[in-house]
Write a protein that binds this ligand. Structure first.
Ligand SMILES: Nc1nc(C(F)(F)F)ncc1COP(=O)(O)OP(=O)(O)O
Ligand SMILES: [Mg+2]
Length: 216
């Protein structure tokens, strides 16, 4: 998988991010052209145990039908057990060094970075991509830090070289051109698609803007 290309239109969702059936929302987003999906089942009313595993497998199956890689957030064991394409971890999760040591070589490891130091460390630890943010204020992640803005993207890009990098946090589709111009390889969203009147149209709009601005 070309990770940089996959980061273009990165949809993240758990069952509590959508008012509609999460499988319906995911399929609409896949039809709209998302390039990567992250299963992030956490927070209020999140599924646990067998229900969580079943939802993960059902979502993974949908992603396979549309040839879109499937990443699991936080839960490394789940990612390994269901043969996901990779895992995304933050500063309070398992370290990328350990995951890289214990997982198959093709396994993609994404790491969150909210500042320069974390971004540089993620590169040293062997992350395959970094998720930088929050770019803007967000209600989706309860413990989100202060937004770093577009300047934060550029500052981190200038420091980390050409590691694949996606922006996250309060992103709406109209933010896409500025985010790509600031140095990110793509945008990751939750509510912009999961709460949209038409998740298909929302995903398509983001994908079109990414494709338009990434190529310049
Ligand atoms: N889940 C994420 N995905 C990305 C991605 F790069 F994929 F866009 N970037 C950042 C995060 C945030 O990760 P983390 O700091 O561990 O918080 P949480 O586990 O609550 O999401
Ligand atoms: Mg996490």
């Amino acid at each position: 998988m070309n990770v940089r290309e996959a980061l273009g239109a990165y949809f993240i969702m758990g069952s509590n991010n959508a008012n509609l059936d999460p499988l319906f929302v995911l399929e609409q987003a896949l039809k709209g052209g998302i390039t990567l999906f992250q299963f992030r089942e956490k927070g209020a009313n999140a599924k646990v145990g067998d229900e969580k595993v079943k939802l993960a497998k059902d979502m993974q199956q949908l992603c396979k039908q549309y040839n879109v890689p499937f990443i699991v957030n936080d839960d490394v064991n789940l990612a390994i057990n269901i043969h996901a394409d990779g895992v995304h971890v933050g500063q309070d999760d398992e370290s990328a060094v350990n995951i890289k040591k214990n997982c198959p070589s093709h396994f993609i490891v994404g790491v969150s970075a909210t500042n320069l130091a974390e971004a540089k460390q993620a590169v040293i630890d062997g992350a395959d991509y970094i998720g930088v943010g929050p770019i803007f204020a967000t209600n989706t992640k309860e413990d989100a830090k202060a937004p770093i803005g577009l300047d934060g993207i550029t500052e981190i890009r200038d420091a980390v070289g050409d590691i694949p990098m996606v922006a996250i946090g309060g992103i709406k589709h109209e933010h896409t051109p500025g985010i790509i111009k600031a140095g990110a390889d793509g945008v990751s969203v939750i509510s912009a698609i999961s709460q949209a009147e038409s998740p298909l149209v929302a995903a398509r709009d983001i994908r079109e803007l990414v494709d338009q601005h990434k190529s310049v």
